[in-house]
Design a protein around this ligand. Structure first.
Ligand code: ADP
Ligand code: MG
Length: 237
């Protein structure tokens, strides 16, 4: 059986700097995969190569059994690959509902797929009562919810989250975690990039650690937390 997402020997350089070197991974349908790594280790670059915001220099990305390596980001989105942005960039002057309506309109309905409306998606992420508020008036945690709602609007098979919990309080992190776990329980595959260790350890069935553009460790959360290389990177121990 082929995985939902397969990344095979991806390389990405910025000038003379190797941001990703020979990165390969698989994400199975229904899985919760976590990716950790220090700042600058290549996590966002990897997401950009998977989602199509950046073209990789070498290697391949396969999604749902077909090669998407040369497809543009919007083409990958139409196939069900959605990502959040590390820094939320909502349309500030538009209402929360309008911010979700934009990606909703953009994605053509797939066969046998009942599209949700903006209100349903906002209810799902706990923003239902703020639908008519301008995005500029949202708090940090609600901005992350909106970022999630915008990603959900494309009805993803794979949801990729780039540090959606950064800067949130512990209870806010728990609220977002609960939400993402519920989406996964409904069958959505989730790849979560996160710097907050306890969140990624609670969320993930499997964790991959990147350092300097390479995968340096992979395993179950417990094993990763105890891994000598990971501990050296995070704790300097
Ligand atoms: P992370 O998300 O793990 O913090 P990034 O993928 O954002 O790391 O960045 C990895 C490295 O690539 C960093 O050294 C960063 O400065 C560099 N980098 C990322 N994007 C660009 C770009 N567009 N141009 C030049 N260098 C970049
Ligand atoms: Mg990043």
């Amino acid at each position: 059986m082929s995985a939902l997402l397969e990344v095979e020997s991806v390389h990405k350089r910025f000038g003379g700097f190797a941001a990703l070197s020979n990165v390969s991974l698989r994400v199975e349908a229904g899985e919760r995969l976590g990716i950790i790594g220090p700042n600058g280790s290549g996590k966002t670059t990897l997401i950009n190569c998977i989602a199509g915001a950046l073209a990789c220099d070498a290697g391949a990305v396969r999604f749902g059994g077909s090669d998407v390596t040369t497809l543009a980001a919007h083409q990958r989105a139409r196939r069900g690959l959605a990502r959040s942005f590390q820094i939320p960039r909502p349309f500030a002057s538009m209402s929360v509902r309008e911010n979700v309506a934009v990606p909703l309109e953009y994605v053509a309905a797939r066969a046998g797929d009942a599209p949700k409306n903006a209100q349903q998606i906002l209810d799902e992420v706990g923003l239902g009562d703020k639908a008519d508020v301008p995005a500029s008036a949202l708090t940090q945690v609600d901005l992350r919810r909106l970022e999630l709602a915008r990603a959900l609007a494309v009805r993803p098979r794979l949801l990729i989250l780039d540090e959606v919990m950064a800067g949130l309080s512990t209870s806010e992190v728990d609220a977002i975690l609960q939400l993402v776990m519920a989406l996964n329980a409904q069958g959505m595959t989730v790849l979560m990039i996160e710097h907050i260790m306890y969140a990624i350890m609670r969320f993930s069935q499997r964790v991959i650690c990147l350092d300097a553009g390479q995968i340096v460790a992979e395993g179950k959360p417990d094993a990763i937390a105890a891994d000598a290389i990971v501990r050296k990177i995070y704790l300097g121990a």
